[in-house]
Design a protein around this ligand. Structure first.
Ligand code: ADP
Ligand code: GN1
Ligand code: MG
Length: 370
């Protein structure tokens, strides 16, 4: 992450208690959207860490409403965790309010900052470490959906309207191709053709929602592996983080995004495409974990939508990366030239693979849905 000249003494001090002193602060994690830092705080010889995050306010244009969403959902989850005898400080995020009581702090440059208690003794991974971990992630996301089923959706503001509306995502992609502001379209004709050929198929989940075949639920919408913390001691998926995009959506979005990222045999930005496929074995591991919980509440149509969702979420992510590449890399953080194009290519490779494996994917879901 490019180091920015933020006034961390001032920013971090907003989230400190009496007697706290900041010892150090540095970039943390591998998210594509916000700027995340970990600060070490000392008080009376004891050290602890906090997360301090600059909210990407060109993407999340209403940070105050966003923080109300997160506060509302985490407060709701804490009540359930407490009732179940769980650890309220480790099993969901804890927002640390700023000194003035607000859930964020705005610095002199107009940047919005928030802070969370650092969840110690747990790790977010960029790829699957053990199959058991991935099974546990599936169960955790299933449980997350189950718990949020009782959350009043009307209390959530849409942090990014039309986030998983693939019809609109497709329109934005076509517009980026037509505008071609960087003159890059000529170099990516194969990718553009791949996407153009899948316009109809891309809208299947959106259409199922429109036709009322599947219900709207409160969903996380960004369920990739590095948005879940795995306990170092037990291997259990203890905490789902990155709650920025909690909004009404389809169950298949969350199932699908986990598969997109976690069931791939390579990294999201792998340049050697021969390393990329959607592992049916990993698909089965995740699906069995997820369905061990979610089969209780999913309808038959939703069960059918899960594998389609995996393909569509992967396709959507691919066209989003390609759109960003064509538009000059303004949305996702990139760390090298062509980074978004490399990411797009892995996604399209996965889509092509899932198209071939779709019958087997449906069969696996059916096996664990009983
Ligand atoms: P982004 O929206 O940019 O993906 P995230 O909220 O996912 O930002 O945070 C980026 C990374 O920071 C996470 O993948 C995780 O590794 C780490 N992280 C975020 N919140 C916490 C927390 N409360 N405790 C420990 N690590 C965290
Ligand atoms: C972004 O914030 P992060 O890195 O967890 C993006 C997701 C994409 C993902 C691709 C708000 O997730 O939608 O699927 O990158 N988040 C947002 O890795 O756009
Ligand atoms: Mg994240």
């Amino acid at each position: 992450m490019a180091e920015k000249n933020y006034n961390f003494d001032l920013i971090v001090s907003q989230f400190l208690n009496e007697g706290d002193k900041m010892v150090s602060v540095g970039p943390f994690g591998e998210g594509h959207i916000n700027d995340t830092y970990a600060a070490v705080i000392e008080n009376n010889g004891e050290k602890r860490r906090i997360i301090v995050q600059r909210i990407n306010h060109s993407i999340f244009t209403e940070p105050a409403a966003l923080m109300d969403n997160i506060y509302g959902v985490t407060t709701f989850l804490k009540k359930i965790i407490e009732a179940n005898g769980g650890d309220v400080l480790r099993e969901t995020l804890t927002v640390i309010p700023a000194k003035d009581g607000k859930l964020y702090f705005v610095d002199e440059g107009g940047n919005y900052w928030r802070s969370y208690i650092f969840i110690e003794g747990a790790t977010t991974y960029q790829s699957i470490q053990t199959k058991e971990d991935f099974y546990n992630c599936g169960a955790a996301f299933g449980n997350f959906q189950r718990l949020l089923a009782d959350y009043p959706a009307d209390q959530l503001s849409e942090s990014i309207p039309n986030f998983h509306n693939t019809e609109k995502r497709f329109e934005a992609f076509v517009e980026a191709v037509n505008k071609d502001i960087c003159g890059r379209a000529k170099d990516v004709q194969a990718e553009i053709e791949f996407a153009m050929a899948r316009k109809e198929a891309a809208c299947e989940i959106v259409n199922m929602l429109k036709e009322g075949k599947i219900p709207l639920r409160v969903t996380h919408n960004d369920t990739k592996l590095n948005n879940i913390m795995i306990d170092d001691a037990t291997g259990k998926a203890i905490c789902i983080i990155d709650l920025d995009t909690i909004m009404p959506g389809a169950a298949a979005y969350d199932f699908g995004d986990s598969i997109r990222f976690g069931a791939s045999t390579g990294a999201e930005d792998e340049v050697d495409l021969s390393k990329i496929e959607m592992s049916l074995e990993l698909f089965e591991v995740f699906a069995s974990g997820y369905l061990s919980v979610a089969k209780e509440f999913l309808t038959d149509e939703e069960l059918y939508s899960l594998s389609i969702g995996a393909k569509i979420m992967t396709f959507e992510c691919g066209i989003r990366f390609l759109t960003d590449y064509l538009s000059g890399d303004t949305y996702f953080k990139i760390h090298r030239p062509n980074h978004n194009l490399d990411r797009c290519r892995t996604q399209f490779k996965l889509v092509a693979d899932m198209e071939k494996k779709m019958d087997q994917m449906h069969a696996i879901v059916n096996k664990y849905a009983k």
